[in-house]
Ligand binder design. Sequence first.
Ligand SMILES: [Zn+2]
Length: 458
Amino acid sequence: MRTLIKGGTVVTATDQYKGDVLVEDEKISTIGSTLDIAADKTIDASGKYVLPGGIDVHTHMDMPFGGSKSSDDFETGTKAAAFGGTTTIVDFAIQYRGQTLHHAMETWAKKAEGKAVCDYGFHMIITDLNDQVECEMDALVRQGITSFKLFMAYPGVFMLDDASIFKALLRTGKNGGSICMHAENGGVIDVLVQRALAEGKTAPKYHALTRPARAEAEATHRAIALAEIADVPIYIVHLSAAEALEMVTEARDRGLPANAETCPQYLFLSYDNYEEPGFGGAKYVMSPPLREKAKQDQLWRGLAFNDLQVISTDHCPFCMKEQKELGLNDFSKIPNGAPGVETRMSLVYDGGVRTGRISLNRFVELTSTSPAKIFGMFPRKGTIAPGSDADIVVFDPNRTVTLAAKTLHMNVDYNPYEGRQVTGATDIVLSRGRLVIEDGKFVGRAGAGSFIKRATRS
Ligand SMILES: [Zn+2]
């Protein structure tokens, strides 16, 4: 099967040029200024960008939460991802206390098998670390699950103490894996939450008011310090606070391998959203919470100057009806999370590239190349080059769309950006050479996505 993408502008993290791209079976085979080669299918990309498929290294599909679960499964979630120009996700498998990592891995593999429409990998969340689990970390790394997520928040559920965190960090120094950290001081936050509830403060906005930016900054600093002592890299997930970014910047200025991602919601939404009338603020209940609008410029500066290396989504949708509603009378019972896997590329293009905050190359780097490199998928994924997987997005930089829950494809009854107009939209998507999105329609197949074995740090 040969597909020829003709007349587009190929954009990678480093280059931008007019060129034709030939796809043979699952791979990109040839790139040239004009290719006159017979193909089974020819795609006219004139006036469009030809981008490496987006890579979202932070999603939660089909994730159990307090008797409920996130409303997208691997089929609806990866389909929505594809509509938005993302062709690879890395989702989080969860080891619950008392379970083995292998049990968690098998549970999540079953969730994805036969469902994912594009490729996926897993990070492993460790909530219970003992000698046995440390050995299992090595085995997982060999099986292509090369990153582990730890929590400094949610005491009694997910949180690990500093000694366990330190042991896990040391282990990755030996096995070539890496640690991703949810950096918020969970102990302090829990005290603030209990105090607010005792004072009758139950509205959604108190979710944000009980999770101060300094609690994120403190944990970010501590995570980096522990990694420095262990002499290993660290990756901070969903960084939201400018105060936390300062900790990352300070560490990087000292030459430490500290990396961090932020998410579109922290760039385009703010604390003000929690002030929506009634229970509307619940739409934005996520952790860390949305921060002050005035601080967003600092995150953009971090993205532009490489103190932040990745934009992921933390896609974790819960419907307002019956799910977010669980916290109608108690903000601490509102499921944490929001939809985002489908809107990332357009939002960042529109709000980042079109406004001049980041370059077109940097857009590709933040949404595809850099996550591929950090998480062991490059150069198989994350670029347009001969030999790379043909995960390709034909992106129209001039098409304007209005974001709305009704027309988006995520399985959730609201959208945090409802009514927002964005310019720059995904037209055509190939996943390993197969057409997935064409003419605004899904033309892929559930189960066509494969588990991606990721490499260790070299
Ligand atoms: Zn998350």
